[in-house]
Design a protein around this ligand. Structure first.
Ligand code: CU
Length: 71
């Protein structure tokens, strides 16, 4: 169990529906503990168990939700 916090910079959000959909997609991943999004900054902060959900897994979920991880 190695819980870490990752900050993803996300492009493509236009409204709270976008950031909410992204948070929902991230929360579906096994190993994701919590997701906080900041629409204005375009940032998602994810607390996750690195051994179950890697940063690459997070980025994939964001991409599949229709947005781009830019940092
Ligand atoms: Cu939107």
């Amino acid at each position: 169990m190695s819980e870490v916090k990752s900050t993803l910079k996300v492009a493509g959000w236009g409204c709270e529906g976008c950031s909410g959909a992204t948070a929902d997609a991230l929360k579906k991943l096994a190993g994701v503990r919590s997701v906080t999004t900041d629409l204005e900054k375009g940032v998602a902060e994810v607390v996750h168990d690195d051994s179950k959900a890697s940063r690459a897994d997070l980025e994939k979920a964001v991409t599949e939700a229709g947005y781009q991880v830019v940092g």
